[in-house]
Design a protein around this ligand. Structure first.
Ligand code: ZN
Ligand code: ZN
Length: 365
């Protein structure tokens, strides 16, 4: 019924009541781990649930965290437009960062996670005990989304997608200089540059930081649709042109094309004859990934925290108990336990960096 492992978790396991709103505030943990998702017995709500529930608090709009089929949604003001775009007419309410909402016996607030615009960590307080669910987060400010803010808590549920010491990100300005250099060299040689980037978050982060003076910027429909939603809520991005069927390497020579990774090396990309194709992802740090994807170039750019970022963020919460979700959970849990934390693993259905937003191939008319 529940998937908790690690220190003291047997104790926790016995008290989990999946889907139940019966609770005993004196004894129940603030959050429990059920087969539908992370559950708050005192508030009767779930956080980023993966099965349909009555009330879902959502950290951010990536498809593995914001799923359809829930009766009611609560998310930040900046996350909701993209959720409505992806999920259709959902019954949703919004909260501003830092505002507190009383739900049953719990006080709930959302705090910036720095992962993409509107992405939040969710703080839940019951009877003075504070637990925080990180959602996905990155600690380096990216010039686009609200920067990550550590939230003091007793227990922290942290993602650890890149929870190995080998993941050590190059600062964004250096990575973006590499992107600009690659694009400029291709443009000078008359080649198109196709850059694979997740359509929500990564694409806009690149747009906000690339040098638009190098040449025209074209977008795949999935990226353009997301751009429209985010521009509609006031985000400023450089001009982009949707790469509809009439757009080719001839109509826009030397262009940069931003497309979801799933569009790389497909007939869609094939119309840009002779293009150089690259992927911007944390996974580009791993040897062989670029070659296996048949790409001429890779940029190590992740919207998740690296090893140092994870460790810094966890320390900054002041939490004694840490539960880790999607990523290198075994290794990271052991590392935290060695550092003196009461550390456990929570099995979830979150997919990590690779699975994000690959499903959102909607074409702009
Ligand atoms: Zn995400
Ligand atoms: Zn995730």
């Amino acid at each position: 019924m529940s998937n908790v492992s690690g220190n003291r978790s047997d104790d926790l396991l016995e008290r989990v009541l999946p889907g139940s709103i019966l609770c005993d505030m004196a004894n129940d943990p603030v959050l429990t781990f059920t087969d539908k998702g992370i559950f708050c017995p005192a508030g009767g709500f779930y956080i980023d649930p993966w099965r349909p529930v009555d009330m879902a608090l959502i950290t951010h709009g990536h498809s593995d965290h914001a799923r359809g089929g829930h009766n009611r949604y609560l998310a930040t003001e900046a996350a909701m437009p993209v959720m409505r775009h992806r999920l259709g007419a959902i019954r949703g309410e919004t909260l501003r960062f830092g505002d507190v909402r009383r739900i049953g016996g719990a006080n709930v607030s959302f705090h910036p996670a720095g992962h993409l615009p509107g992405s939040a960590q969710i703080r839940v307080e019951v009877g003075g005990e504070v637990w925080v669910v990180s959602g996905d987060y990155k600690t380096e400010p990216d010039g686009l989304c609200e920067p990550f803010e550590p939230v003091r808590c007793h227990a922290f549920i942290s993602e650890c997608t890149f929870g190995l010491p080998v993941f050590n990100w190059t600062p964004q300005p250096e990575v973006m200089a590499q992107v600009n250099e690659w694009w400029a060299a291709n443009a000078a040689a008359g080649r198109t540059s196709i850059l694979g980037a997740y359509s929500l978050g990564k694409s806009q982060r690149i747009l906000a930081n690339v040098n638009p003076d190098i040449g025209p910027i074209l977008t795949h429909g999935a990226v353009e649709a997301t751009n429209r939603v985010l521009r509609g809520q006031g985000l400023s991005l450089p001009d982009t042109v949707w790469a509809g069927p009439d757009i080719t390497a001839k109509t826009h020579p030397g262009a940069l094309v931003i497309a979801p990774p799933s569009a790389l090396n497909t007939p869609w990309a094939g119309r840009f004859t002779g293009a150089s194709q690259a992927f911007a992802s944390g996974w580009m740090a791993m040897r062989g990934v670029r070659r296996r994807r048949g790409l001429s170039q890779g940029f190590v750019l992740s919207d998740h925290a690296d090893w140092a970022g994870l460790n810094w963020a966890i320390r900054a919460t002041g939490a004694e108990r840490v539960f880790v979700t999607h990523g290198y959970t075994q290794v990271f849990r052991r590392w935290l336990a060695d550092q003196g934390y009461d550390a456990g693993i929570v099995e979830t259905e979150y997919e990590g960096d690779e699975g994000e937003t690959e499903d959102d191939i909607e074409v702009v008319e």
